[in-house]
Each structure stands twice: as C-alpha cells, then as structure tokens.
Design a protein around this ligand. Structure first.
Ligand code: FMN
Length: 353
C-alpha cells in the first residue's frame, strides 16, 4: 500500500517535471535556466565539459603560452589576411603576440614530426615578409626570426613551390569525378548493419581517416579524434555502450568512437563546433570506407549519465572530451540487407529565400 503510494507520487512528480513545468519554463531564458538548474541534469555534463575545455584553453594560452588550437586558428586567420582582396598592409596586429608566443611554446616542446609545423612556419615567414611597418609587429618579427634560427626550424627561403601558404588552385589538378558518379556513391552508401566475420585491416581505416582529415573545420582546428576499437574482445564490450546497436551489435567488426575536444575553444559560443566539424569529417569517412569496399553504420551517442561514465572509463577520456557519435565498420555481408531509406523530396529540404 505504502509502496503503491510512493510510486504514484513519483509518477506525478515525473509528470510535473517532464510535461507540465516545461510548458511554463520555455517562455523565458531565466525560467528555462531555472528549470534546468532545479529539475533537470540534462545539460550538466556538457556544461562541465565546456568549462573544463575553456579552462584548459585559457591556461594553455595565457599561462603556458603554448596553445596548439590557438596557433592553428591564428595561422588560419593570417592565411585569410594573406589572401584577402584587397590585401591590407597591416593585419593580425591584435593577435600576433599570442601567435608568436604559441609558435615558440609549441615548437620548443614538440617532439613529434608534424606537417602542420611547416605550415605554421611558412605562413608566419610570409606574413612577416609581406606585412607593413609597425613597431609591435616588428618586435614580434625579430622575436620570431631569432627563435627560428636558434631552433633551426625549416629553411629561411620562401621561393620554393611547395610552401604551405595561400595558392591558386590549378584547374588541371581537379580529379575527374563526375557529378553522376559522386551522386551514385552517395546513393549507394547505405547504413550497413550486417558484416562478414572478417577483420578490417587497419591500413583501410587509416586511409579512410586520411580522407576525413581533409574535411572543412571551423578555423581548421579539427577538434575531434577517432578512437578505434578492433580487438574482438574489446569490440564486444564497446558495441554495447551506445543504445542503437540492438540485434546487430555482434556483426560489427571495427567500432569507432568519434570524440570531440572542447579545449579547442576559449568561449562557449563555439561549443557546438565539435559536433559540426566531426560530422563533416564523418561523412567523408563513410564515403571513403565505401570506396575501399567497406560498409559502415553511424550510431547515435546518447547523453545519458551512466553511459557517458562507462564510455569515459572505457576510452580514458579527459573532462573536456565528449563522445560525439560511433560508427560500426566492416566488410558488408552480401546476404545482409540495407534499409531503403527513401530521402525527402528536394522541395522539402530546400527553399530559396
Ligand atoms: C547521428 C546518427 C545516429 C544514428 N544512430 C543510429 C543508431 O543508433 N542505430 C542504427 O542502427 N542506426 C543509426 N543511424 C543510422 C540511421 O538510421 C540511417 O542513417 C538512416 O536511417 C538513413 O539510412 P541510410 O544511412 O542507409 O541512408 C544513425 C545515423 C546518424 C546520422
């Protein structure tokens, strides 16, 4: 009797929180914030991760003076300055100090070979060569070139054709892929849930990721990483972490978790970019897998406390990292079917304003 009453009260409380309060709280920012503060934990993990990322980002820029994401973003901004029409004689003045700080900070401690270091160097060389006279910029130029010669970074010669600086694309380098072929590749790709029991060579996964790596990303920061699980025992555990793999999880050969790094940003305004950038890359990844004879199924990552904790532990994630989505990969079983998944009509998804 008492248990019954308790359950009844719980059900009423749940209904008030989920169905009645939202009707009133959605109407103002304040009420919406109050609602999520008092009655729902839905955004708490994300809030914490966003803050953790922001703190790491700010510490790396202001304290360590070696922030990789900041350096990538600013080099990107300088490239835009270099290709601007008309080009301004002075630009990037407000962020050149932090850029040189991070360049010096990163290169002083970077031990791995990294093609982006050449890019940073070539762009900064060109910037300092082409920029107009300004006392602050001149100071940074001296600091930069002193460091460059002390550390012997790259060659002090930018006459070479392969410099990683803005360039005019050569039309003849455009690959011959017709619209029809590209359309067909996209139409051929369907979410594959039945795979042959055959390991996927890592070289193929790497090749597909190299394609994903070419995707656009805001300020070229690429705030995501691919965590690949291909050990059969680990795959068995990993495929159970999301919710949407019921019935076919055993068929997945390689499991990928796409993880976003919120330390790429100094401001909350950019918190969604991890999802946007990763999704753009993931589409390229899935298409590339098809060209390599592989199939894939994108798998939703739900923001549910217990699952998030398990994934965090499984992948040893940091507080500023968020799983974005997962992918099941394998060689498609020719006997397995795919859903037809008819798409919306053109008129349903576009409107010219
Ligand atoms: C973000 C995202 C999450 C998805 N989550 C799942 C999932 O959890 N389980 C599943 O079987 N399919 C999942 N899918 C696959 C979709 O069901 C599938 O893309 C959709 O039905 C269209 O079919 P198609 O991919 O064959 O064109 C997901 C797709 C996306 C893009």
């Amino acid at each position: 009797m008492i248990r019954k009453s308790i359950n009844k009260i719980k059900a009423i409380k749940k209904r008030i929180i989920n169905e009645i309060l939202p009707l009133y709280c959605y109407k103002s920012n304040f009420m919406a914030s109050l609602y999520y503060f008092m009655f729902s934990e839905a955004f708490r993990r994300e809030n914490k991760a966003v803050l953790a990322g922001k703190v790491k980002h700010i510490n790396e820029s202001k304290v360590d003076k070696a922030n990789y994401f900041l350096l990538v973003r600013n080099i990107h901004r300088i490239e835009k300055g270099l290709l601007m029409r008309p080009k301004r004689s002075i630009f990037a003045k407000d962020y050149i100090v932090e850029t040189v700080d991070s360049y010096i900070g990163i290169i002083s401690k970077e031990i791995t070979v990294n093609p982006q270091i050449d890019w940073f160097t070539d762009v900064l060389d060109t910037y300092f060569k082409e920029i107009g006279k300004d006392s602050l910029i001149d100071e940074q130029k001296e600091r930069y070139f002193n460091f460059r010669s002390a550390y012997n970074v790259g060659v002090l010669d930018n006459s070479c054709e392969t410099l990683k600086i803005p360039y005019r694309r050569k039309r003849e380098l455009m690959p011959e892929i017709s619209y029809e072929d590209f359309f067909l590749l996209n139409k051929y790709r369907r979410s594959v849930r039945w795979f042959l029991e055959k390991p996927v060579p890592r070289e193929l996964i790497d090749k597909a990721i190299l394609v994903a790596n070419q995707a656009p990303s805001a300020c070229n920061r690429q705030p995501y990483e691919y965590y690949i699980i291909d050990d059969p025992e680990l795959v068995k555990k990993a495929v159970k972490l999301p919710m949407g793999t019921t019935g076919y999880s055993h068929s997945i050969q390689t499991f990928i978790v796409v993880v976003g790094n919120l330390d790429a940003y100094f401001d909350e305004r950019d918190r969604h970019i991890i999802y946007i950038d990763a999704s753009l890359a993931n589409m390229s990844l899935m298409l590339a897998l098809e060209t390599l004879g592989l199939g894939s199924v994108p798998i939703n990552w739900p923001d549910i406390e217990i699952r998030e904790r398990k994934m965090e532990k499984f992948l040893k994630l940091n507080s500023y990292q968020r799983p974005i989505m997962c992918l099941g990969v394998g060689f498609p079983d020719p006997e397995g079917m795919v859903a037809f998944s008819e798409k919306r009509d053109l008129n349903q998804i576009r409107r010219y304003i």
